[in-house]
Write a protein that binds this ligand. Structure first.
Ligand code: SF4
Length: 68
């Protein structure tokens, strides 16, 4: 695991699904199609950093944040 982690503002997420389409190793969907972070503590697996950045940049609601 890298030291990068992602956080989700579940109130802001409306379920566009771009995050789990772009980075299915990090995000998945709940029954409502809203984002669920799959990894422990939101840690980004080594090698998935670019996908994490893409997913965060493409969330139309700004519901995702990366901390490095
Ligand atoms: S892209 Fe953003 S709004 Fe859409 S499911 Fe992911 S976190 Fe939620």
């Amino acid at each position: 695991m890298s030291a990068m982690r992602v956080t989700l503002d579940a109130e802001a997420c409306v379920g566009h699904g771009r995050c789990y389409a772009l980075a299915p190793d990090i995000f998945s969907a709940n029954d409502q199609g809203h984002c669920v972070i799959k990894t422990d503590d939101g840690l980004i697996p080594v090698g998935s950093e670019d996908r994490a950045h893409q997913a965060v940049a493409n969330c139309p609601e700004g519901a995702l944040r990366l901390e490095e």
